[in-house]
Structure formats: structure tokens, C-alpha cells
Design a binder for this molecule. Structure first.
Ligand SMILES: Cc1cc2nc3c(=O)[nH]c(=O)nc-3n(C[C@H](O)[C@H](O)[C@H](O)COP(=O)(O)OP(=O)(O)OC[C@H]3O[C@@H](n4cnc5c(N)ncnc54)[C@H](O)[C@@H]3O)c2cc1C
Ligand code: FES
Length: 273
């Protein structure tokens, strides 16, 4: 059962049914409501997850199964510390889906470059999974992901096993600084983008602000237009429903009009993000 029939403002009680360690400070949580999958999000949509008595936070939904949603969560504060201490069976509540999601139609039939940095691969993953599950609808797929160190890479099974085996799919992984075991690429994401010199029709980019800034400069240098570049913002959010005014930039509410924007759309907003 999912709640497409139900009110997205009402938190559904549920529990954590699986926990996957991704890196020292990121875990993926599989979340189920009492009657199965809480709701059916589009790629790039969000859920407001809470632990009763602790707090709630907005998180991207990285993937979904028939009976659950998946969220990859970095430990940064009160709620996320508590989630990282939780065990399978932990009661939670979840409301959603929120946000506009990725413009999937715009990506159809196109060659796509996905660029993710750090925990920024979490939202990007939802569209990668969608493209690979509907492989015939999309052109060549390239995935470029960077983290600070080998141990901070998230979704390692996807990066090194699942995605490289998929049809017409190439995965590039880089770290800022290697270790004794690391035999892969070392260097920052923007420089690696320039090195591989891609020529896809669409680019989906998500990561820390500094990575986004320099990667956009590289993409512009390589001749990409603003309309070819899609990104997803991570403004502070409280209500998720356009009521509290916590997430607005100019006239736009990121929780309703975003968090996904083309670069063209972003350039029409005041520079507050
Ligand atoms: C659209 C959107 C998508 C998100 N997707 C993910 C995701 O997939 N995975 C993930 O791990 N996190 C994601 N986040 C961030 C997540 O919501 C926050 O990290 C979380 O709510 C922090 O809760 P806390 O109680 O643990 O931290 P707090 O104790 O409230 O804060 C700890 C520290 O984090 C800072 N902080 C809290 N929230 C944010 C925020 N939204 N942006 C920047 N700094 C913040 C605080 O200022 C403080 O310094 C997303 C946020 C948004 C708005
Ligand atoms: S989070 Fe309240 S208006 Fe967007």
C-alpha cells in the first residue's frame, strides 16, 4: 500500500527495516510504513523523516523497493546522530513526497552525465536507478563521482559492481586524496570532468557548493549551455509545503518549485543559494 491516496502532510508511522553502512558518517536507511511503502516518489523527490521526540529532517529518496523507501543520511546533528545510533525496528514517522523531482521527460532519449560529490550522490542516485531500470528510454550514461577519501565513497556496490555492468554505462570515480590501497583516480571533480571531456546532451550535478561552483565553470568552458545542466538545491526546510517561508529564494519556495532547477532557472533567482 502507498499513500498516493493519502494526505502528504500527515506523518505516517513506520520503522527502519534495514540499515546499510556506506561510509564512516553515512548510512542508508530502508524505511517502511505500517502498511508497506509509505508513498511512491518520483526520482529526485524528498521525504520528511522524523524520530518521535527527537526531530525531523528533509532527505532525498535515493531509491525505493516494493515495500520501502531508501534514504542515505549523513551524521551532522541531533536527528541524524540519533538515526545513526538507531537499530533495525526503530519507530519513525515519514511524510511526503515533496519537491518537483527531476525532469525525467527532458532526459529521455539523451546521453546523460551524472556528476555527484560526497553525499550529493544521494539525490542523483534516484535518477540513475530510474534510468537503469528503464534503460531503453535513455542514451549513453556516464557517472562521475568524487569523495574526499576512499573510505568516504558512498554506494560502493553501485559504483564498482552494479553500474559498470549496466549497458552503455561508464563510471568514473575520483578521490581528493588516496590511501595505500587506492589505485583509482586522484583529483578534484571539476578537473576530472575536464580530463574526460564529455559530450552528453544533459548533465545532472549535485554536491557541495564549492564543487558545484568549479564544475559549472568547467562545463561552461567545455561548451555546455545552462539549459543542459540540471542541479538540486539543499536549502534549509521546515514545513516542506510552502507555508513557513524557511526555504524561499525570491519568489520561489525550494520545497515546492524545487529543489530541482536547470541552471537557466537558477540564474533567474537572487544569488541566495
Ligand atoms: C532538499 C534537501 C535534501 C536533503 N537531502 C539529504 C540527503 O539525502 N542526505 C542527508 O544526509 N541530508 C540531506 N539533507 C540535509 C538534512 O536535511 C540535514 O542534514 C538534517 O536535517 C540535519 O538534521 P540534524 O537534526 O541532524 O542536524 P541539526 O542538529 O539541526 O544541525 C546540525 C548542523 O547541520 C546544519 N544543517 C542542518 N540542516 C541543514 C541543511 N538543510 N543544509 C545545510 N546545513 C544544515 C546546522 O546548521 C548545523 O550546523 C537535505 C536537505 C534538504 C533541504
Ligand atoms: S520549507 Fe517551509 S516554505 Fe519551504
Amino acid at each position: 500500500m502507498n499513500s498516493e491516496c493519502c494526505n502528504p502532510l500527515v506523518p505516517l508511522p513506520g520503522k527502519i527495516i534495514k540499515i546499510v553502512d556506506e561510509s564512516p558518517d553515512v548510512k542508508t536507511f530502508h524505511i517502511a510504513a505500517a502498511e508497506g511503502k509509505p508513498f511512491t516518489p518520483l526520482p529526485g523527490q524528498l521525504g520528511m523523516l522524523s524520530i518521535p521526540g527527537v526531530g525531523e529532517g528533509m532527505f532525498s529518496i535515493t531509491s525505493q523497493g516494493p515495500d520501502h523507501l531508501e534514504m542515505a543520511i549523513k551524521k551532522v546533528g541531533v536527528l541524524t546522530d540519533s538515526l545513526h545510533d538507531a537499530q533495525v525496528g526503530q519507530p519513525i514517522a515519514i511524510r511526503g513526497p515533496y519537491g518537483n523531482g527531476f525532469p525525467v521527460e527532458k532526459f529521455k532519449g539523451k546521453d546523460i552525465l551524472f556528476i555527484g560529490g560526497g553525499i550529493g550522490l544521494a539525490p542523483v542516485r534516484s535518477l540513475i536507478v530510474h534510468c537503469l531500470q528503464n534503460r531503453g528510454d535513455f542514451g549513453k550514461i556516464s557517472i562521475l563521482y568524487g569523495a574526499r577519501s576512499p573510505e568516504e565513497l558512498v554506494f560502493k556496490e553501485d559504483l564498482f559492481k552494479n553500474w559498470p555492468q549496466a549497458k552503455d554505462t561508464t563510471v568514473y570515480v575520483t578521490v581528493d586524496k588516496g590511501d595505500e590501497q587506492w589505485q583509482g583516480h586522484v583529483g578534484f571533480v571539476p578537473a576530472y570532468v575536464e580530463e574526460i571531456n564529455p559530450s552528453p546532451s544533459m548533465v545532472l550535478l549535485c554536491g557541495p557548493p564549492v564543487m558545484i561552483k568549479f564544475t559549472l565553470e568547467t562545463l561552461s568552458k567545455l561548451g555546455f549551455s545552462n539549459e543542459q545542466i540540471v542541479t538540486t538545491l539543499e536549502m534549509r526546510m521546515k514545513c516542506g509545503i510552502g507555508k513557513c517561508g524557511r526555504c524561499n529564494i525570491g519568489s520561489k519556495f525550494i520545497c515546492l518549485d524545487g529543489p530541482v532547477f536547470t541552471l537557466n532557472e537558477l540564474e533567474g533567482l537572487p544569488p541566495e543559494y
